[in-house]
Design a protein around this ligand. Structure first.
Ligand code: GDP
Ligand code: MG
Ligand code: ZN
Ligand code: ZN
Length: 1626
C-alpha cells in the first residue's frame, strides 16, 4: 500500500507540505465545506452576504448547487466578479479612499486589496496581511483580566478562517489580466518574493506558465567571471539561460521545504522569506487553491566571494503540494531543471512517479532522519533504480540542526550549478509546457498578434543610429534645426545688423523649408507598422506597446552597456574630452525606445499641419492625437519635452491633450505632481513606488525630457481632492554627467525645470547627495524656476525628499542640515532674484511657502542589503507611503482650484513660449492669467460703475436740493446756504466712504474665491486697491465741485429771486386793484377795454418798479488771474512770457507749432530715428488734442446755459497740466506750455464771458417780468370775468412748472442709464475688448483713412467710435424710450403722491396747496421759480377741482412727453444730458491714457492707478512715423521684437543718447513691453502695413518700407485671428 492511497484529490487536499512538522501535528486539519466557509464569513457583513449564508444553509438539506473550491475562495475574498482575468491596471492604480487611509484589513475581502496596495508600493510586508477582526478583537476580549475562561481562550486562538497568503496570491493572479500580472510579478521580484511560474487552477486542473507575467523582470548581477572587471550582466530574466533547481515534495514531509529554501537563499547576515512558509503569519493556514503552484526565484551573485552563496546565477523553483497530485507540474520541472530535489518522509519503493520520468534532470532525494527500516530499504531501492550516488541523497540526521543541513544543501546545489549543463530560459520552457498540455499565458491571440507586429518592427533593427536615420528621419537633425530656429526667432541672438523683421521673416522661411523637407519623406515602413499597430483594439494595443518596449530595451541594452564601459574608461582621464563627447553622442544615438516612435508620430503630425487643409495625407493623420489621448487614458506616458532636442512639439502635444479633454468627462480637473533632481537618484523609482506606475528606471538608456501620465481618482475621494485625475510628471536627464558634455546642457536643464515646476501643483525635489555640486546646481535651477513662478502668480508647492537617510532620528539630527539647506536656498534665491531683476525676493520663503520642518522627508535606502539579492527595504516603502499620503493631503487642502486639461495645456504653451525667450518672467504671457485679469477688470469695472452711478444719483439729488434751496420747494430747515453746503459735503463724504469701503471689500472678497484662478492676478491686487482709492478721491473732488458750483450759482440767484418775487407781488396787487377798479365801474367792459386798462397799469407799475442793473463780471480778468497763478511756480521766465501777450488777443488764430520756436531747438539734435519734422508734428498733435479736449469741455458747459463758475477755468488748467504731464513723446518747453495755455484760456475766457452774459440776460428781472406779461393779462381777464380757472390753472401749472421739471429730471437720469446699458455690451467690458472691437471694425472697413486716423489721432477716433456705438445702440429708440418712460412714470407717481398728500392737508388755499405739492417734490424735481412765481398769482381755483384737473393734466403731460421723446433722436438727446455718456465711457475706457513710448499703442491695464502699463499689441514703428535716417523708408521693426534684440534707440528721454532696447525699462520704468510670444500677435499690423505701405508712406511723408516677404503672405483672416489671440478673445 503506498502513500498515494492517502492522498486525496487536489480539490480537497487538506494538508500543506509545511504543515506536518514535528510538534505541529495537532494543528486542526480541516474539511472544507461550503457551510463552514460561509459561516466564518459572516464576520464581515457586506451587501449580499446574508443571502449567501441562507443559500448555504439550504445546501445541507437540499443541495442545489455545490460551489467549487475556487468559487468559494473567490467569494471569501470578494473577487468573484473579477474572475477570471478581469482585474486591470487602471483599477489597481487609481487613487481611492484606501490609498490615503491606514485602515487595517477588516475582513477577508479586504485582504487582496491590502496585499495589492502594499505590493504596488513594493512593501516586503505585503504578504503579512491578515484581517484584524478575526483574531485580534477576539483576542483582546479573551485577554480580559476579569476572568479565566478556557473555552473562550481556545476559541479566540482558533485561527481557522485565516487565509494562506499563497491562496491570496494565486487568487489575484487568476483574477488579473496580463498587465496586472506583469506588474505584480515585477514588484514581487523586487521584494525578493518568489513569483508564480506555473499557476494552477484547482477547478479546471489546468495550469499556466507565467511567461508573460515575468517578462518585465530585468536583473543585474555579477557572476564570478566578471568580478575582476567589475562588469555586470543585465538581462531580462525570462531570456537568461540559467540552470534551474527545483524543489518538490513527495508524500508527507516533516522538513519545511520552503523554510530551508529561504535559508539556503539568504546570505549569512540576513535572513529573508523568499517563499511563504508555515512559520510566517498565516503561512500555516491550509492552502485552498494554491496547491500545484510552482514558484520561482533567482539567486544572483554580486561578485563577492565572501558574500555570494552561489557564485553563478541560478533559478530556484518550488512546487507546492505533493508531486503525486501534480504530476504535470513535476514532469515540467524534471524537463526544465538541472536538478530536482525531492523532499520526503517515507518512500515507496514501487514509486513510479520518480522512476518513470524521462529525466533530464538530476534527482536529489532529501529525507528526514526519522526513517524506519522499511523506509531505508525503499530509499535504497529507489536510489538504485534512479542510479543515484551518495551525493544525490541528503538526509537530515538527528545531530544536524537546520543550519548544518542548509550548509550541506548549499554545497550540493553549488556543485550542481557549477557544472550544470542544462541551462534554460523561461521563454524556452514554453515549448515544454505546450508538450505537457500546460498553457502559456502568452498564448492568447491578442498577445501573439501584438508580438508579431512588434517583432516585425524590431527585427529590422541592425544598427540603431542607421535605423533611426532611415526609419525615424523627422526627429533627427531636422527637428533639432527647427528647434534652433524656433528659439532663435525668440532670442534674436544672431540678428546682427540685419533688420529685425527681415531677419525674423527669414527664419520663418527657413522653418517652412524644414517642414517641407519633413513632408517630403514618405512615412517609413516602421512608422506605418507602428501607427497601424497602435490603432488596433485595446488589449492588443497594450500588448503591442509592451512588446515594443521590451524588444527595444533588449536591442539597446547590449549596445549601451558596451558604451557605458567605454565611457567609464575614458572618464578616468579628463583629457579625453573630445572622445567623451563622442561617446556621449553615441550613447544618445544608440538609445531607442517607444518614445522615439511617438516622437516621430508627433513630427509627422506637426509637419502635416503645414500642408493645406485639403491635403489628403494631412487628413489621414488627423486621428493621431486622438490615438495618443486614448493611450494616455489607458495609463501610458506621453512625452512632453523631447529632451534630445530640448523642445516641445507644441501643436502635437496640445492637440493630444485637447483630444484627451474630449475623451474625459467635461471639466475634469487635474492635479499635477512632478519630480525633479539629479539624474539617477531614484526619482523614477520613487514615483513608481509611490503610484505603482512604470516610469523607466535606469533603463540603460540615456534619455532626457519629461513624461507625463494620468492616474484616475476614484469617486470616493474625488470630492476631497477636488479633482478627477492626477498627472504625474517624471523628468529625466537633469545634470546627467553623460549629457553635461553636450551643448547647452545647463540651459536645457533650466528650461525643463521651469516648465515642470510651472506645470505642477506639487514638486518633489529629490536629493540624494548632500552638498554635492550637482545637487547645488539642481537647487539653483529649481529655485530659479520657483522664483519665476512666483512672479507669474503661480504658487507650486514643494517637498524636499532626502534619499538614503535611514536613521530613525534623521529628522532630529538633520535639523542643522535643514537649516543649512534653507540657508543655501536663501542664497540661491538672492542670486536668482538678481538674475531675474526681482531683487525684492530675499529668501526662499519669499518665493514660496516652505516650512523646513514639514517640507523635508527622509527616505531610507531602497535596498535592504546588497543588490542584486536585496529586497526593497520596508522602511523605504513605508517612508514613501508617508510621503504619498502627505502629498495627497496637501493637494486636497489646496485652496485654489485645480486646472482642467485645457488649462494645463494653456500653461504648458505659455510656459514653454516664455522659456524660449531669454528673459522668462518678462516674456511670460498666458491666456489663463489674461483671462483672470480680464475677469478682474470686468468685475472691477462693474463695481466702479455701481459706485459712480450711485454718486451721480446722489449728486443729482443734492443739486436738486440746492436748486430748491430757499424756495417754496425748499425743505431744509437750514437757512444759510453755506451751512447747507457743508452739510451736503459731509453727507457726500459718508456716502463716498461707504462706497470706497465697499469697493475694497468687493476686491478682498474677490480674491477669496477658489475658482477662476484668482491667485494668478494677486499681483495686481494693489493696483486695483489704489485705483479704488483714487476713484474715491476723484469722485470726491468732482462731487464737491458740483455742489459748490450749484450752491454758488443758487446763491447768486437769491437776490434776483427776491427782486422778482417782490415785483410779482407788486404786480399782483396792482392787478387786483385794477380788477376791483374795473368791477367798480359797473360798466360791462369789453375785452378790448380791459386790455387797454391792463396795458396802462402794466406800464405804470413797471416804470415805478426799480430794476437794479445786473452787474456782469469780467471773466477774462478772472481767467488771466488764474492762469498767472497756475504758472507762478514755473519761474520768472514763464511770467515774462505770459505778460508778453494779453489774454484777449489769445486764441484768435489756430494754434501752430512752428519750427522757429525756441522750444524746438533741442529737437534738431535728437533727430536720428525720430525725424525732426515728426517732432514738430507730434507737438502739434499734442496741442491740437489738448485744445480739442478743452474746447469740448467749454462747449459742454455752454450747453447747460448756466452761469459761469470760477472752477471751470481751474478745471481746464488742470486738464492741460495733466495731459502735458502724461505726454511721453515730446519734450515740453515752457514756451510751448505758456503759449498753449494762453491760447486755450483765451478761447475759454471769451466763451465763458458770453455764457455769463447770456445768463445774466436771461435772468434779467425786467425781461422776466415782461415775459410773463401776457399771462398776467389773461389771468386778469379770467378773474375779472370770474371764469373758473381750475382746468386752465392746472394745465398751466403742468406745462410751465411740472413738465420742464420732469424733462429736466429725465435728462439728468438718462445719462447714467445709457452708460449702464452700454457697459453691458462686451465691447465696453474692458479696455482689451474695446481695443479688439475697434481693430476688428477697422479690418472689416478696410479703409486707409480709418487706419490713419486711428493711428494718428487715437483718442479722437475712439471718441467718435464710442459715439457711434451709442448712436447705433440707441438709434431705434426703444431702449432710451424705456428709460425715459421709467423716469416719467416715476415722476408722475411722485407728483400724484405729492398732490394726494397736499389734499389731505386741507389748507383750503390754492397757494399753500401748490406750495405743499412743490415742497413734497423738492427732493426730486427742480421747479422753475420764475414760472412758479407767475403761476401763483391771481388764483381763484378751487383746490379740489384743481387737484382733479391737475391729475388729468399730468396724465396728458406724460403723453406729450412721450411723443416728444419719441421724436427726438439720440444725438439730440445726448446733447441735453447732464451726465455725458460719451465722456464717461471714454474716460472709463481710455484708462490711464498712456501709450507705448515706442509705437504709441494704448495701455490696456485695468484700473486707473496701475504700476505698470502694457498693451497686448504693439505695432511696427512705421505706424508711429518712424523712418530710417538715410533712406527715409518707414521702419518695420516692432517694439516687442526690438526689446529683445541688441538694437538701440534714442529719444527725448535718453537725452538723445543711444540706449539699448533691452534696457528700455531704465528709461520707461512703468512700461512692460512683452515680446511677441506667439510670433503672430503683430500679424494684424503687419498685414495692415503691408497692404497700405504706400499710403502710409505718403501720409507720413516718407518712403514705403521694405516689407519682409512673409508679411505679404498674411491673410486678412490671419490678421483677424492674430488679434483674437493677442487680446485673448475666445
Ligand atoms: N542604493 C540605492 N539605489 C537606488 C535608490 N533609489 C533608486 N536606486 C537605484 O538607482 C537607479 C536609478 O534609479 P532611477 O529611479 O532610474 O533614477 P532617476 O534617474 O532619478 O529616475 C536604479 O537602478 C534604482 O534601483 C536608493 O535609495 N538606494
Ligand atoms: Mg528616471
Ligand atoms: Zn510698442
Ligand atoms: Zn496704463
Amino acid at each position: 500500500m503506498s502513500v498515494f492511497l492517502f492522498i486525496k484529490g487536489p480539490s480537497d487536499e487538506d494538508s500543506s507540505d509545511d504543515l506536518y512538522r514535528a510538534g505541529e501535528e495537532d494543528t486542526p486539519s480541516m474539511q472544507w465545506s461550503n457551510s463552514e466557509g460561509d459561516g466564518q464569513q459572516n464576520k464581515c457583513t457586506k451587501g449580499p452576504r446574508p443571502t449567501v449564508k441562507m443559500a448555504a444553509c439550504h445546501v445541507n438539506i437540499n443541495p442545489v448547487h455545490t460551489k467549487t473550491q475556487l468559487e468559494t475562495l473567490m467569494e471569501d475574498l470578494g473577487l468573484e466578479q473579477l474572475y477570471p482575468e478581469k482585474l486591470s491596471l487602471s483599477t489597481i492604480l487609481q487613487i481611492d479612499q484606501k490609498t490615503v487611509t491606514d485602515e487595517p484589513a477588516k475582513c477577508n475581502s479586504d485582504l487582496p486589496w491590502y496585499f495589492l496596495k502594499k505590493l504596488m508600493m513594493v512593501n516586503v510586508t505585503a504578504r503579512n496581511s491578515k484581517c484584524t477582526s478575526a483574531c485580534e478583537s477576539n483576542f483582546g476580549a479573551a485577554s480580559g483580566k476579569t476572568e479565566l475562561n478556557f473555552d473562550n481562550l481556545l476559541e479566540s486562538l482558533n485561527l481557522g478562517d485565516r487565509l494562506n497568503p499563497l491562496d491570496i496570491i494565486t487568487a489575484l493572479f487568476l483574477c488579473s489580466d496580463g498587465f496586472v500580472r506583469q506588474e505584480m510579478a515585477l514588484k514581487m521580484s523586487m521584494c525578493q518574493f518568489s513569483v508564480p511560474l506555473l499557476l494552477p487552477n484547482c477547478d479546471t486542473k489546468q495550469c499556466t506558465l507565467m511567461l508573460w507575467a515575468m517578462r518585465d523582470i530585468v536583473k543585474k548581477y555579477r557572476p564570478q567571471s566578471l568580478s575582476e572587471s567589475k562588469g555586470f550582466i543585465e538581462d531580462r530574466i525570462v531570456l537568461s539561460e540559467l540552470p534551474m533547481i527545483s524543489f518538490v515534495r513527495l508524500g508527507e514531509c516533516s522538513l519545511s521545504k520552503s523554510e530551508i529554501l529561504n535559508k539556503l537563499l539568504s546570505n549569512s547576515q540576513q535572513y529573508h522569506d523568499t517563499f511563504v512558509h508555515s512559520n510566517m503569519e498565516c503561512g500555516d493556514s491550509p492552502r485552498r487553491i494554491s496547491n500545484g503552484l510552482v514558484e520561482i526565484t533567482w539567486y544572483l551573485p554580486c561578485g563577492n566571494k565572501n558574500m555570494d552563496v552561489f557564485s553563478e546565477p541560478v533559478a530556484v523553483a518550488n512546487l507546492r503540494g505533493d508531486i503525486a497530485s501534480f504530476e504535470t507540474q513535476y514532469s515540467f520541472l524534471c524537463q526544465t531543471s538541472a536538478a530536482v530535489f525531492v523532499f520526503f518522509d517515507t518512500l515507496d519503493s514501487e514509486c513510479e512517479l520518480l522512476t518513470n520520468q524521462q529525466h533530464k534532470a538530476q534527482i536529489f532525494l532529501v529525507g528526514n532522519h526519522q526513517m524506519n527500516h522499511s523506509g531505508k530499504d525503499a530509499l535504497i531501492k529507489v536510489a538504485t533504480k534512479l542510479g543515484l550516488t551518495n551525493s544525490n541523497i541528503l538526509l537530515k540526521t538527528k545531530q544536524m540542526n537546520d543550519a548544518d543541513f542548509v550548509k550541506i544543501m548549499e554545497k550540493t546545489v553549488s556543485s550542481v550549478v557549477e557544472d550544470a549543463k542544462k541551462k534554460m530560459g523561461i521563454e524556452q520552457m514554453a515549448d515544454i509546457a505546450h508538450e505537457l498540455g500546460i498553457w502559456v499565458d502568452e498564448d492568447s491571440s491578442e498577445c501573439q498578434a501584438a508580438k508579431q507586429k512588434a517583432d516585425a518592427i524590431t527585427a529590422e533593427i541592425q544598427d540603431i543610429l542607421e535605423y533611426k536615420e532611415a526609419q525615424l528621419p523627422l526627429q533627427g537633425q531636422i527637428w533639432k534645426e527647427l528647434t534652433r530656429l524656433e528659439k532663435e526667432e525668440f532670442r534674436l541672438r544672431n540678428v546682427g545688423s540685419e533688420k529685425i523683421e527681415d531677419y525674423k521673416s527669414d527664419l520663418q522661411m527657413q522653418k517652412k523649408k524644414l517642414r517641407q523637407k519633413q513632408n517630403s519623406y514618405d512615412i517609413s515602413n516602421a512608422m506605418t507598422y507602428f501607427i497601424n499597430a497602435i490603432s488596433s483594439p485595446g488589449t492588443e494595443r497594450s500588448y503591442f506597446l509592451k512588446w515594443m518596449r521590451m524588444n527595444l530595451d533588449n536591442v539597446s541594452r547590449e549596445k549601451l552597456s558596451d558604451l557605458r564601459e567605454q565611457y567609464k574608461e575614458k572618464c578616468k582621464n579628463s583629457e579625453n574630452k573630445e572622445e567623451i563627447k563622442d561617446i556621449d553622442r553615441q550613447l544618445s544615438n544608440s538609445s531607442l525606445g517607444t518614445e522615439h516612435f511617438f516622437r516621430e508620430m508627433g513630427q509627422i503630425y506637426e509637419a502635416s499641419l503645414s500642408l493645406p487643409e485639403t491635403n489628403l495625407s494631412r487628413q489621414q493623420l488627423q486621428h493621431l492625437p486622438e490615438l495618443c489621448a486614448q493611450l494616455l487614458l489607458d495609463g501610458f506616458p506621453l512625452e512632453l519635452v523631447d529632451g534630445d532636442a530640448s523642445n516641445i512639439p507644441l501643436r502635437w502635444v496640445s492637440d493630444v491633450l485637447s483630444q484627451l479633454n474630449d475623451l474625459m468627462s467635461p471639466k475634469s480637473k487635474i492635479l499635477v505632481v512632478t519630480v525633479l533632481g539629479v539624474q539617477s537618484t531614484g526619482k523614477s523609482t520613487l514615483l513608481n513606488t509611490m503610484f505603482g506606475v512604470q516610469f523607466a528606471v535606469s533603463s540603460g538608456r540615456c534619455t532626457r525630457g519629461a513624461f507625463m501620465l494620468l492616474i484616475k481618482i476614484n469617486e470616493d475621494v474625488k470630492k476631497e481632492l477636488n479633482c478627477d485625475f492626477m498627472v504625474i510628471i517624471d523628468t529625466e536627464g537633469l545634470k546627467s554627467p553623460e549629457l553635461a558634455q553636450l551643448d547647452n546642457s545647463h540651459e536645457h536643464d533650466n528650461e525643463l525645470a521651469t516648465l515642470v515646476v510651472g506645470l505642477s501643483d506639487i514638486t518633489i525635489i529629490n536629493i540624494a547627495m548632500e552638498n554635492s555640486t550637482e545637487m547645488k546646481d539642481i537647487l539653483q535651477i529649481v529655485v530659479h524656476a520657483f522664483l519665476r513662478m512666483k512672479e507669474l502668480g503661480k504658487k507650486p508647492k514643494c517637498q524636499f525628499v532626502h534619499q538614503n537617510v535611514s536613521d530613525v532620528s534623521a529628522h532630529e539630527k538633520n535639523l542643522r542640515d535643514r537649516k543649512l539647506l534653507l540657508q543655501q536656498l536663501n542664497e540661491m534665491t538672492q542670486a536668482a532674484a538678481k538674475m531675474e531683476k526681482k531683487e525684492e525676493n530675499n529668501s526662499f520663503t519669499d518665493v514660496m511657502e516652505y516650512n523646513p520642518d514639514t517640507g523635508n522627508w527622509y527616505i531610507p535606502g531602497l535596498w535592504n542589503g546588497n543588490p542584486p539579492m536585496a529586497p526593497v527595504n520596508a522602511g523605504y516603502s513605508e517612508a514613501v507611503y508617508e510621503l504619498k499620503k502627505n502629498i495627497i493631503h496637501i493637494l486636497g487642502s489646496c485652496e485654489s482650484s485645480a486646472n482642467d486639461i485645457l488649462e494645463f495645456t494653456e500653461w504648458m504653451k505659455s510656459l514653454w513660449n516664455a522659456v524660449k525667450h531669454e528673459n522668462f518672467i518678462f516674456s511670460f504671457r498666458n491666456s489663463l492669467v489674461a483671462d483672470a485679469y480680464m475677469r478682474l477688470c470686468t468685475e472691477f469695472n462693474k463695481w466702479e460703475w455701481e459706485f459712480k452711478k450711485e454718486m451721480y444719483t446722489w449728486v443729482t439729488n443734492a443739486e436738486t436740493r440746492i436748486h430748491n434751496f430757499g424756495t417754496v420747494a425748499g425743505k431744509s430747515e437750514i437757512s444759510d446756504m453755506s451751512e447747507c453746503l457743508t452739510q451736503l459735503k459731509r453727507e457726500a463724504c459718508t456716502v463716498l466712504s461707504k462706497w470706497e469701503t465697499k469697493l475694497l471689500e468687493n476686491l478682498a472678497q474677490y480674491f477669496k474665491q477658489t475658482e477662476g484662478h484668482v491667485y494668478l492676478v494677486e499681483g495686481y491686487r494693489e493696483d486695483f486697491a489704489s485705483s479704488a482709492k483714487s476713484l474715491r478721491r476723484e469722485m470726491e473732488s468732482s462731487v464737491f465741485n458740483q455742489l459748490t458750483v450749484a450752491a454758488d450759482i443758487r446763491q447768486g440767484m437769491t437776490e434776483l429771486d427776491r427782486i422778482k418775487e417782490n415785483h410779482t407781488k407788486q404786480l399782483e396787487d396792482r392787478v387786483c386793484a385794477l380788477i376791483d377798479e374795473c368791477r367798480g365801474k359797473k360798466v360791462k367792459m369789453a375785452d378790448k377795454e380791459l386790455d387797454i386798462e391792463f396795458d396802462k397799469m402794466w406800464e405804470k407799475t413797471v416804470n415805478e418798479l426799480s430794476f437794479p442793473e445786473q452787474k456782469t463780471i469780467n471773466v477774462t480778468t478772472y481767467v488771466s488771474h488764474c492762469l498767472r497763478d497756475n504758472l507762478s511756480h514755473k519761474g520768472s521766465h514763464a511770467c515774462q512770457l505770459l505778460s508778453q501777450k494779453e489774454l484777449k488777443d489769445c486764441g484768435l488764430l489756430p494754434f501752430k507749432c512752428t519750427a522757429d520756436g525756441r522750444f524746438n531747438r533741442l529737437l534738431h539734435k535728437v533727430s536720428k530715428l525720430i525725424n525732426y519734422e515728426d517732432q514738430v508734428m507730434a507737438l502739434q498733435k499734442l496741442a491740437d488734442w489738448i485744445i480739442a479736449n478743452c474746447t469740448q469741455f467749454v462747449t459742454e458747459k455752454m450747453d447747460r446755459k448756466n452761469n459761469y463758475h470760477g472752477t471751470y477755468i481751474q478745471e481746464i488748467l488742470h486738464m492741460i497740466d495733466e495731459r502735458l504731464q502724461n505726454n511721453q513723446s515730446v519734450k515740453i518747453e515752457i514756451e510751448f506750455e505758456v503759449s498753449l495755455k494762453q491760447h486755450i484760456c483765451g478761447i475759454a475766457a471769451r466763451q465763458f464771458q458770453k455764457m455769463h452774459e447770456d445768463f445774466i440776460h436771461a435772468n434779467d428781472p425786467y425781461r422776466c417780468l415782461n415775459q410773463n406779461k401776457e399771462k398776467f393779462r389773461t389771468d386778469f381777464k379770467d378773474v375779472f370775468h370770474k371764469r373758473d380757472q381750475c382746468q386752465k390753472k392746472a394745465e398751466e401749472f403742468t406745462n410751465r412748472c411740472l413738465r420742464p421739471a420732469v424733462e429736466d429730471f429725465v435728462n439728468r437720469s438718462l445719462g447714467p442709464d445709457i452708460i449702464g446699458e452700454m457697459l453691458t455690451k462686451q465691447n465696453f467690458s474692458t479696455r482689451m475688448f474695446l481695443q479688439y472691437s475697434i481693430l476688428l471694425e477697422l479690418l472689416a472697413k478696410d479703409d486707409f483713412q480709418n487706419y490713419l486716423s486711428y493711428v494718428s489721432s487715437y483718442e479722437e477716433y475712439v471718441k467718435k467710435w464710442i459715439l457711434n456705438q451709442i448712436v447705433e445702440r440707441f438709434s431705434n429708440g426703444s431702449t432710451t424710450f424705456e428709460f425715459e418712460e421709467k423716469h416719467v412714470l416715476s415722476s408722475i407717481k411722485s407728483i400724484n403722491d405729492a398732490v394726494n398728500k397736499a389734499k389731505t392737508e386741507k389748507c383750503g388755499n390754492l397757494k399753500s396747496f401748490i406750495k405743499n405739492v412743490c415742497q413734497e417734490l423738492g427732493d426730486k424735481l427742480v421747479i422753475s421759480q420764475d414760472a412758479l412765481g407767475a403761476f401763483m398769482i391771481l388764483n381763484n381755483a378751487d383746490q379740489e377741482q384743481f387737484a382733479h384737473w391737475l391729475t388729468q393734466c399730468v396724465k396728458d403731460m406724460a403723453q406729450v412727453l412721450r411723443v416728444k421723446f419719441k421724436k427726438t433722436n439720440i444725438q439730440m438727446k445726448l446733447i441735453k444730458l447732464n451726465v455725458n455718456p460719451q465722456n464717461e465711457l471714454f474716460t472709463k475706457l481710455i484708462g490711464c491714457g498712456q501709450q507705448c513710448p515706442f509705437c504709441a499703442a494704448p495701455c490696456e491695464a485695468g484700473g486707473k492707478f496701475h504700476t505698470q502699463h502694457w498693451t497686448s499689441l504693439h505695432r511696427p514703428k512705421a505706424l508711429g512715423r518712424y523712418r530710417w535716417d538715410g533712406t527715409e523708408k518707414l521702419v518695420t521693426d516692432v517694439c516687442s521684437s526690438s526689446v529683445i534684440s541688441d538694437n538701440r534707440f534714442r529719444c527725448k528721454a535718453t537725452k538723445g543718447e543711444w540706449y539699448p532696447y533691452k534696457n528700455y525699462t531704465d528709461i520707461y520704468p512703468n512700461w512692460k513691453i512683452v515680446p511677441d510670444v506667439s510670433l503672430e500677435a503683430s500679424d494684424y499690423w503687419k498685414y495692415v502695413l503691408a497692404k497700405f505701405n504706400e499710403h502710409f508712406a505718403q501720409a507720413f511723408n516718407a518712403k514705403p518700407s521694405d516689407i519682409p516677404a512673409t508679411w505679404k503672405k498674411i491673410t486678412c483672416k490671419q490678421a483677424e485671428e492674430s488679434i483674437k489671440v493677442s487680446f485673448n478673445i475666445k
